[in-house]
Design a protein around this ligand. Sequence first.
Ligand code: AMP
Length: 398
Amino acid sequence: MNVLVINCGSSSLKYQLIDSDSEKVLAKGLCERIGAAGSSITHTPAGGAKQTWELPMKDHTAAVSYVIEKLTDEKVGVIKSLDEIDAVGHRIVHGGEKFAQSVVIDDEVLSAIEACNDLAPLHNPANLIGINSCKEIMPGVPMVAVFDTAFHQTMPAKAYLYGLPLSYYKDYKVRRYGFHGTSHSFVSKRCAQILGKDIKDTKIIVCHLGNGASVSAVKGGESVDTSMGLTPLEGLIMGTRSGDMDPAIVTFLAQKLGVSAEEVINICNKKSGVLGLSDGFSNDFRDLAEAAEAGNEVAATALETYAYRVGKYIGAYAAAMNGVDAIVFTAGAGENNAQVRALIGQYIGFLGTNIDPEKNKIRGEEVILSDEGSKVVTMIIPTDEELAIARETVALVK
Ligand code: AMP
């Protein structure tokens, strides 16, 4: 089966066409600046060169048309016609409490996703536009919604409730949801395979350290806690997001800066994290690691502060599960950045795991980082959210 995986943002659309039998990516690409001047599509067929075309895209439907055009193009295409797309898998950011699993999309599902719009106002409306655009261009092709929040729906009340009046949960569904669920699920399953254990008998901490970052505690294959909350702002210090902080800072800063609370939250989302901590130097862990090595103290402190927070969450989740068998690093910085992993490594030795500095030089591949015989196994497992979405899609439409 050929599955088209779509990840729609407000002005962008990422895609991958995956052959689900071989699990090979046939082609992938990205439409950018949709609805604005200078929109473009970048397309890479398997084994071929990446190419970019500037093309007018007034909306996401136009973008989906160009995706199909490139996929079926004589020169850069990988299929002959639209008929060779058997199903579409959509990444949906927020499924609220309604979706604990992926689902085949129908009108009822569309309305339920729409009902979650106020929980993810930047993401869900864009995801819905992506679904509707695909429906318009590929009517009759089955589509599946895969939710970032679904995997974490197994969290118990003690993990998802905030210490707020209960009526806010009852009336407005103010609770912790967690995100990156597709990645945490994919990586924890693979980790159990590597450990050679039934996932039901495992306690795994997954550190998804990308530009957005979250840690999860996965016990017996189920998420029992995760660091992101009502929105993806809670938890770890991230590329540009503050993560956990005293909520009183919001009104304190609003007063000092003479701006609204919304504006302060915007600063917490876009100008904080390691970008803010490094005084605006960079949100990219590569830049920060290089600068820190070259003696830039502000960059070094940003990285240390970041790693300290990750270390604290690992300790907390080992307590939450009353033990841990494996700690996994994944996503951009988790897979590739040896310096970040080494800094986090300072805080996990007490659990009975040491990161071997030689093995830690490896990046972007599956590797066990801890010494043989370590009580807790620490490893890198590259995440593959698109493949996970394709697998979920096939499982539901077959
Ligand atoms: P993601 O959001 O998963 O794409 O991760 C983005 C982050 O991963 C960025 O901060 C990058 O600096 C980091 N990253 C990606 N590739 C590398 C690499 N080869 N070496 C170090 N860091 C990397």
